[in-house]
Design a protein around this ligand. Structure first.
Ligand SMILES: [Zn+2]
Length: 256
């Protein structure tokens, strides 16, 4: 393995262990998965059946980004064909480990949408909103400036879909629409009745985005005790997103 690949894997393991810390309430047991691009057209993703709280370098499988993302070009796929296609996209075809169910989604985020690190978690604070009848409406507006500085102009909202192949296809469509609308890929993707995906330029950014979006969801839940959320106006939200001192703050926070 090149030193660059080793370095990426090391950062990915550290990020995974950090996201899995019990006090953060982001994942338990086998929940969640993480990935990172090596920068040479390949990426590491959590192997199926491994747990983030016990992540080690051996918990990650290396695949080709383009070949993995291209699986979503198929219109439908049986479970067996999906598994075979994932096996064929591995850098080492003799590697018997099975990559995470959400591997194609990770390849899409790292390839077409330019993330370097991706963290998918099931935070209690986020899923309290995402498993509610009011989820889409509750996430319609922005609540406070730091939410926008760290998490971007809006989260991308993915309606509930069967995890794996169907979810990867559906999420790609939502992300493409988002990129057209905002002129940038989302930093936060929320999946109905499922959880959160943070797309970062670094491992640190994935953690910052995850933390800030969890905070946003906690604040949001709190607002319903006082009559519901008071959203920033579109003009105020857009102003935060583009003003030079916020761009400076993003740079100081090591956000891309
Ligand atoms: Zn999940």
């Amino acid at each position: 393995m090149t030193s660059n690949a080793e370095n990426t894997l090391q950062q990915l393991v550290a990020m995974s262990l950090s996201l899995a810390r019990p006090d953060r309430d982001l994942v338990i047991l086998g929940e969640g998965n993480t990935s990172a691009s090596v920068g040479d057209g390949t990426f590491f993703v959590k192997a199926s059946g491994t747990q983030l709280p016990q992540a080690t370098p051996a918990a990650f499988v290396r695949l080709h980004i383009d070949a993995t993302a291209a699986i979503a070009d198929q219109e439908q796929m049986s479970d067996d064909a999906f598994k075979a296609a994932l096996d064929a996209a591995k850098v080492d075809p003799s590697d018997a480990r099975r990559p995470s169910t959400e591997t194609v989604l990770h390849a899409i985020a790292l390839g077409e949408f330019g993330a370097r690190f991706v963290g998918h978690t099931h935070p209690i604070a986020v899923n309290a909103i995402m498993c509610s009848v009011a989820a889409e409406e509750a996430l319609r507006g922005r609540l406070f400036p730091d939410e926008i500085v760290v998490c971007g102009p809006a989260p991308a909202y993915v309606p509930y879909t069967d995890p794996g192949f169907a979810l990867a296809r559906q999420t790609r469509q939502v992300l493409r629409r988002y990129a057209d609308e905002y002129g940038m890929p989302p930093r936060v993707v929320v999946m109905q009745n499922h959880g959160l995906i943070a797309l970062g330029g670094s491992a640190q950014e994935v953690e910052s985005i995850t933390d800030m979006f969890v905070k946003t969801c906690r604040v949001l839940a709190g607002t319903y005790a006082f009559g519901g959320p008071h959203f920033l106006s579109d003009a105020n939200a857009a102003r935060i997103h583009t003003r030079p001192d916020e761009v400076y703050r993003r740079r100081e926070l090591k956000l891309s």
